[in-house]
Design a protein around this ligand. Sequence first.
Ligand code: EPZ
Length: 444
Amino acid sequence: MSKIQIIGGTPLHGKIRISGAKNSLLPILTACLMVRGTIRLHDVPKLSDLTQMLHILAKLGCVINRQNQTIKIDVNELQNHIIDKEAAPKIRGSIFVMGAMLSRLGKVELPLPGGCAIGSRPIDLHLTLLRQIGVKCHYRQNTIIASYTPRRHRKPIILALDFPSVGATENIILATALGITGNVYYIHGAAKEPEIVDLCNFLNNCGAQINGAGTDTIIIHSVPSLHGTTYTPIPDRINTGSYLIAAAVTGGDVTLTNVIPTHHINLINKLKNIGAQITTTSDSINIIMNRRTPYSFNIHTAPYPGFPTDLQSQFCVLTTITKGCSTITENLFENRFRYVSELNKLGAQITIERNQARIKGVNKLTATLTPTLCPSSYQIPNPQICNGTNLTAHDLRGGVALVIAALAAQGTTTIEQADYIYRGHEDIVKDLRQLGANIVALDR
Ligand code: EPZ
C-alpha cells in the first residue's frame, strides 16, 4: 500500500480545478450498459473506483477508450450477464449494475458489492424496491442471482423508500427507465443528492423520460430504448468540500474552479459561522481563513441537503483546533469514526459516545519533527528519522481527514494505506502541492 508524507504548518494558497464526481460517474457508467450506441464522458478523473467499474463494463463487452479526461464507450450487444468477480466486490457502486442489467437483459449474476468499511452497508432497500416491480432475486453464497420479465402495467406503479438511500434510488431508476412504453413509476421518498439529478440528466440525454430528480418524488416513464450521447458530469462536491476545509484548517486563501456553489450551501454556511470569508461566482468558490482560531460548532450528518456524511471526518479536523467544545453526530453510517484514534495521535482531544464525537479544541496539532520529507522512493534504514508521526487510513474520507490534519500539524506525518484516498482522488498530492503544501507520495 502507498503512503503520503506531509510536513504541516503551511497555509494553503492558490487555485485548483475540481474534476468530475466519483459518485455521479459510478451510476452513469453503469447506465451506459442500458444504451445502444456511443457515449462520450468528459472530466472523468483516473480514480481506482472508476477503473474497477470500467473493468466491469469491458468484461460485459463494452469497448472503452480513454483520451486524457474523456472516455468513449461503445455499447452494442452485451456478451453475458455475469458480473466480474474480481472488480465487483471492490466497490459499492457495483450494486447499481443490478438495475441496469435487469432493464437491459432481464438477468444478472452479481457478487455482493464492496465499498469503504464505514458500516454494514446492507442492500435490503435495493432488493425491496426491485422485488416490488417484479424482479426475482436470491443469494447463492456471496452472489445475487436476479431475473426480471417486465410486464405492461395498466396503472402507474407507486414505490416508496423507507429511507432516502442514494444507491437504492439510483438502482430503481436504472431498473425502470428502460422498459415497456406506457409503464409509469412513482418513486416516493427518493434521495435528492445532486448525483441523482446528474444520473437522471444523463439518462434523459440518452432518451429517457424522468422527472422530479432532486425532489423526493421521481416520476419515470419507461422508454423501449436509449441512444448514445456526450455528457459532462457535475464536479465532485465532496472533494470540493475537502479542499475548502483544508484551506480553513491551514488558515489559507484558496480558490476552487469548476464547482457548483449551490451544492455547498450547508457547508459554506458552516464555514462562514466559524470565521471563514467565502466568495462565490457561478462556477468558483474562494475561501480565506485568516489565521484566527475557528469557533466551535455542532454537526449532524443527514441526507442531502443536510450536512454530508462524506465530509464528517474532514470537518472533524476543523473542530480539533477550535475554541471550546464541539460535537459531531453521525446519523448515516455506524462505523465512520475510525479516523478519530489517528487524529488523537496528533494531539487532538476527541472522545466517542455511540454515534457522537465530542471534541475539546486544542491550540494546535503536533507531529514529530523531522528535518525534511523523505525522497519519494525512500528505503531509509531508520524510518524514524524520516517518518515523523505514523497514521493509518481506514477508508477514503477518513484518509482525506488525516491528510488535512497533517497539513495543519506542526511536524512530519506519514499516512499509511493511502490507496484508500486514491479511490476518490486522482492525485491529491499534486493538487495540494499546487496549493503550496509540503507533501510527497511514497511507494505509489
Ligand atoms: C452513497 O452510498 C455514496 N456512495 C456514499 O459515498 C455516501 O456516503 C452515501 O451515498 C450517503 O450519501 C456512492 O454513491 C458510490 P445510502 P450508498 O444507500 O448508496 C443504509 C464515499 O465516500 N442503507 O444512501 O451506499 C446504509 O447502511 C461514499 O464516496 C440500508 O440500510 O448510501 C446507510 O446507513 C461512502 N439499506 C444509509 O442507508 C440499503 O439497502 C445511507 O446509505 C441501503 C442503504
